[in-house]
Design a protein around this ligand. Structure first.
Ligand SMILES: [Cu+2]
Length: 210
């Protein structure tokens, strides 16, 4: 769980007239070198950041949530469309957003607005194994790693940020650090020990009806 800043790659040609925005690339891997998926990478600015008006969706299909991790800016609404031919019952007992969408099929009438920052764990009352996480952050600058362990954040305005990492199976936040962004691409490598996602033993669909 140690942050290892690996390389700073300032552009050789400084261009004062260029738009000052940079990008950040993070590579997350276990100490053995296995890529880590779903690592949240968050840049918080000291000054208030603009709010991106966005909508997001967490789908239920094949008795799983998809995606497993969703990162949103505070105030964002998330839809919970059910793409299975039977009902789900989505809930959260997490402090930043407690809610439930009782047994439903198709698309619920209203999206859920996540109005406080923090971690929200989602479950389904019908299917115990279903789990997903929403990380609500007070910044528009965030990303998560893909299967290759890479996250890419573009168009980061020049300035000083607090860099935060998080992963659902670590539960704790990793140490933060200050990061100065300029008109350049910054690459960082992160090593962390993340337990593998447990396999889901889903009962067969036949007979149960759901
Ligand atoms: Cu369900």
């Amino acid at each position: 769980m140690i942050l290892a800043p690996k390389a700073w790659l300032p552009l050789l040609l400084a261009c004062s007239a260029c738009a000052t925005a940079g990008s950040l690339e993070v590579v997350a891997a276990t100490p053995e070198g296995k890529p880590i998926e779903d690592f949240a990478v968050v840049l918080e600015a000291a000054a208030p950041s603009p709010t991106k008006k966005t909508k997001s969706a967490i789908i239920q299909r094949d008795r799983e949530f998809n995606p497993y991790l969703t990162i949103i800016q505070t105030g964002t609404a998330i839809e919970f469309p059910n793409r299975d031919p039977f009902k789900h019952h989505v809930y959260s007992f997490s402090q930043p957003k407690m809610f439930e969408i009782k047994l439903y099929a198709g698309k619920p009438a209203k999206p859920v607005v996540f109005d406080k920052p923090g971690v929200v764990a989602l479950g389904c009352n019908i299917h115990d194994w279903m789990e997903a996480y929403v990380l609500v952050v007070d910044t528009p600058y965030f990303g998560k790693t893909g299967q290759d362990g890479r996250a890419h954040l573009d168009n980061i305005p020049e300035g000083v940020y607090r860099l935060r990492y998080w992963h659902p199976r670590l539960m704790d936040e990793l140490p933060t650090r200050e990061l100065r962004m300029g008109n350049e691409n910054v690459r960082l490598t992160l090593k962390a020990t993340v337990p593998p996602r447990p396999a889901h033993n889903k009962p067969p669909l036949e007979g149960s009806g759901y």
